[in-house]
Design a protein around this ligand. Structure first.
Ligand SMILES: NC(=O)C1=CN([C@@H]2O[C@H](COP(=O)(O)OP(=O)(O)OC[C@H]3O[C@@H](n4cnc5c(N)ncnc54)[C@H](O)[C@@H]3O)[C@@H](O)[C@H]2O)C=CC1
Ligand SMILES: CC(=O)C(=O)O
Ligand SMILES: [Mg+2]
Length: 564
């Protein structure tokens, strides 16, 4: 068995996998043309047109897949040309529409163009445009995609799950819409996020598109604008809370597990209290993970280790890094949790991480009243900060000026919070190459722009953002490299590795292996140029590597039972 799993890991590296499934088509005629899984548009050859009852239902000329591909790309490029100078959001939505129409019509062609042009299309199907799509979902809605389970479906989910047409499902991304990127509670409109994440799974991990399932659990919304919007497509009631809420998620998880016991469930964009609670509740019972807590943590840790290398220091020097994390939500706390683990592994009992955590009320210390239990382990004791002249609730500028951090990392969802004063304070960092991570999404919620970071904090910084920015022209032929610090570099490999390992749950060791794999992916020469993460165009390769590392960790921990 172990040999089998090991060879799966090797094959993964070699081929960047696609998991095939049996494909017997029972449909005929227009049913085929209207089914994006099987539709080839005008690409059906005459023999298939006869066999599938399509003769007469299509124009006579057969247009090959390659010709259709070229035609799509030509129309996409002419859209780009014709919309030059128009407002960015309008252009992005127009691009999303043309891709979405193809997705609705012909998935084979859609995923081909997506895989081949991932660098261009990721910002459309994923962050930042997916945020705009979620905000405008009710107006953009034409056809449903994925499944919707609502509070009104209580008691029905076990039968509902059989309404999904695919016999097998490998990968599910689930949201309750309560914290969509940095945009807050978008209720049922948040379905755009599972759809975008699963598109990345197909493009990066080669998951069979017929075996993915985006899911929205609609337990209501607390967004007053949506509740008052007559076109809102979700339940017009406040969010369920407490046991009522959990009973809905429990029922869904049981239903999924009953039909597809091997499916991986990725929790995405849940508000913090439910993100942690559901992770704790399900992580040993089901093969699931929370991307915002665990995926983000791995991506951030890889970047943080990269910054140590960029400073020309040995990795073990990570234990001495002064890191200011702004945002004590699911993402910020996930990052700190993994970073503390890394320091403990390196320094053992003597570990004394120099990490500082801020939320909307400033620096979090043990003096804080009603401190969130999840943040408490990272709160500074008054004795640790008095010498710096800091106290409970100190503001960001003060913290940066006094701590002189090596790294300033934002996961606050607050656009522009790394303002000129904060960035200028980073010039006094104790590091020769300070790092600024503005990880919040989408673009308008980033803590600062790339241009501002290089302008105010200095040309010597290392910069990363959650949503893409263009590299920055620093003049004199110099370029400020912009990294995309986004969990998209990790979650597809975590899901793929977990799936192929056949593990019953996803262990800390598997997640750590994923992060370490990403951290070691970048060469020393690249690190010297400020490159911490691979370019999006390498996402298939890095995903195969991460997936293999996850499988190997599962094997080492004797969790792997193999995929079949
Ligand atoms: N780049 C990436 O891969 C990822 C980025 N994110 C982004 O991180 C952001 C936060 O996500 P979550 O932690 O899940 O949200 P959350 O809502 O759980 O946490 C937000 C945190 O920011 C704090 N905050 C709000 N205003 C603040 C201010 N003015 N100053 C300091 N802190 C402030 C809040 O007190 C809270 O602790 C979102 O924008 C999300 O898009 C999340 C996951 C992955
Ligand atoms: C990237 C991501 O998962 C987020 O912004 O929530
Ligand atoms: Mg997320």
């Amino acid at each position: 068995m172990w040999r089998l799993v090991r060879s799966a890991a090797t094959n993964l590296r070699r081929f960047s996998t696609a998991i095939p499934g049996p494909c017997i088509v029972h449909k005929r005629g227009t049913d085929i043309l209207h089914d994006p899984w099987f539709n080839k548009d005008t690409g059906f050859p005459l023999t298939e047109r006869d066999r599938l009852g399509l003769r007469g239902l299509l124009p006579p000329r057969v247009i090959s897949f390659e010709q259709q591909y070229d035609r799509f790309m030509e129309s996409y490029r002419s859209l780009e040309k014709n919309t030059q100078g128009q407002q960015e959001g309008v252009v992005s939505l127009a691009k999303w529409r043309i891709l979405n129409r193809l997705h609705d019509r012909n998935e084979t062609l859609y995923y081909r163009v997506l895989i081949d042009n991932i660098e261009d299309f990721a910002p459309i199907i994923y962050t930042p445009t997916v945020g705009l799509v979620c905000q405008n979902y009710s107006g953009l809605f034409r056809r449903p995609r994925g499944m919707y389970f609502s509070a009104k479906d209580k008691g029905e989910m076990m039968s509902m799950i059989y309404n999904w047409p695919a016999h097998e499902v490998d990968m599910i991304v689930l949201t309750d819409g309560s914290r969509i990127l940095g945009l807050g509670d978008l209720g049922v409109q948040g379905i755009g996020i599972p759809i975008g994440k699963l598109d990345v799974y197909v493009a990066a991990a080669g998951i069979n598109p017929q075996r993915i399932l985006p899911v929205m659990l609609d337990v209501g919304t607390n967004n007053q604008n949506l509740l008052e919007d007559r076109l809102y497509l979700g339940l017009r009631q406040p969010r369920l809370e407490g046991e009522e809420y959990l009973s809905i998620i429990d029922e869904f998880m049981e239903a999924v597990h009953a039909r597809w016991p091997k499916a991986i469930v990725q929790f995405e964009d849940f508000q913090m209290k439910w993100a942690f609670e559901t992770l704790q509740r399900y992580r040993k019972r089901f093969c699931m993970f929370n991307d915002d807590i665990q995926g983000t943590a791995g991506v951030a840790l890889a970047g943080l280790l990269g910054t140590v290398r960029a400073q020309g220091r040995p990795l073990t020097d990570f234990v001495n890094q002064k890191i200011v994390v702004v945002g004590a939500g699911s993402a910020g706390l996930g990052v700190l949790g993994m970073a503390v683990q890394a320091v403990s592994r390196m320094a053992g009992a003597a570990a004394n991480p120099q990490f500082f955590l801020l939320d909307k009320d400033g620096l979090i210390t043990k003096a804080r009243k009603n401190i969130d239990p999840a943040a408490a382990p990272f709160a500074k004791a008054p004795g640790e900060i008095e010498g710096l002249g800091l106290r409970e609730g100190a503001n960001l500028v003060d913290v940066v000026k006094k701590v002189k951090p090596h790294v300033l990392l934002g996961l606050s969802g607050v656009g522009g919070i790394f303002n000129e004063e904060v960035l200028k304070a980073m010039r006094e960092s104790d590091s020769t190459k300070p790092a600024i991570f503005a990880m919040s999404n989408p673009t308008l919620n980033a803590e600062c722009t790339a241009v501002d970071a290089f302008k105010h904090a200095g040309e010597h910084i290392v910069f990363a953002s959650g949503s893409p920015f263009k590299h920055v022209d620093l003049g004199n032929g110099k370029v400020g490299h912009v990294n995309q610090a986004n969990n998209m570099y990790l979650f597809p490999g975590v899901g793929l590795g977990a799936l192929l390992s056949g593990s019953h749950f996803i262990s800390d060791g598997m997640l750590l292996a994923a992060a370490e794999c990403l951290a070691s992916y970048i060469t020393d020469e690249e690190i010297q140029q400020g490159i911490l993460y691979p370019p999006t165009r390498s996402i298939r390769h890095i995903t195969a590597e991460v997936g293999a590392a996850v499988v190997q960790a599962a094997v080492a921990e004797e969790l792997a039972e193999g995929h079949w």
